[in-house]
Design a protein around this ligand. Structure first.
Ligand code: HEC
Length: 181
């Protein structure tokens, strides 16, 4: 395999040093050049991914990156807030449900995320559930602050204290209606 890599590198260097003028001489040269470059990239690409033990992008299926699942969490946190703030209880219930599913996925896909920190979410999510059932904005606001504190507690415990979540200050979703219709 390393001989093939070396050959491809040599071919690429040779092709490049041939200069663009000659490349334009005929289609065949261009195809050859492109082929050499593409195969070099492909070989190097596969070499890099082989070296990684935890590459989540495998041919067996797509596994989202933890950071992406967390970005989804950030969106849910935002939408949940807006729904509760406007007393849109069915939407709030829907968002908390999706948020819990999101956390389940994280627990399943990333067992390295501390279970103890995951467990800190159960109290605030239950309190949010109760506030939704009682249709109480005041209780919801209190429970939401607990939830946000749990987000930050985990970030701190895993050495990412610089990711600080707060109660949203404004809606980022101009394309969605939050007050109940
Ligand atoms: C059990 C631990 C844990 C909890 C609870 C947790 N997070 Fe995270 N969060 C992480 C980890 C780990 C990362 C770093 C992911 C990475 O770098 O791959 C992270 C990263 C993030 C990021 C950065 C992603 C980015 O692209 O900027 C955001 C935003 C985030 N979390 C939001 C939240 C929100 C909102 C909550 C609460 C609703 C929450 N997290 C709760 C563990 C947690």
């Amino acid at each position: 395999m390393s001989e093939i890599k070396a050959l491809c590198v040599a071919l690429t260097i040779h092709s490049i040093t041939m200069g663009w003028k000659q490349v334009m001489i005929g289609k065949r040269v261009l195809i050859f050049l492109t082929g050499a470059i593409v195969s070099t990239i492909a070989l190097y690409g596969s070499g890099f991914s082989q070296g990684r033990t935890n590459n989540p992008l495998t041919s067996n299926g797509y596994q989202p990156h933890l950071g992406d699942l967390m970005t989804t969490m950030q969106i849910r946190h935002d939408k949940l807030w807006l729904a509760g703030k406007f007393g849109n209880w069915p939407l709030a219930a829907y968002e908390i449900d999706l948020m819990l599913e999101n956390f389940q996925d994280i627990a399943l896909l990333y067992p390295g995320v501390p279970v103890a920190d995951m467990a800190t979410l159960s109290k605030p999510t239950k309190a949010i559930g109760d506030a939704i059932a009682e249709k109480s904005v005041a209780k919801f606001t209190q429970a939401f602050a607990m939830l946000t504190a749990a987000c930050n507690a985990c970030h701190q415990s895993i050495g990412r204290g610089y990711i600080v979540i707060q109660t949203p200050t404004a809606s980022k979703f101009g394309n969605q209606v939050f007050p109940p219709k």
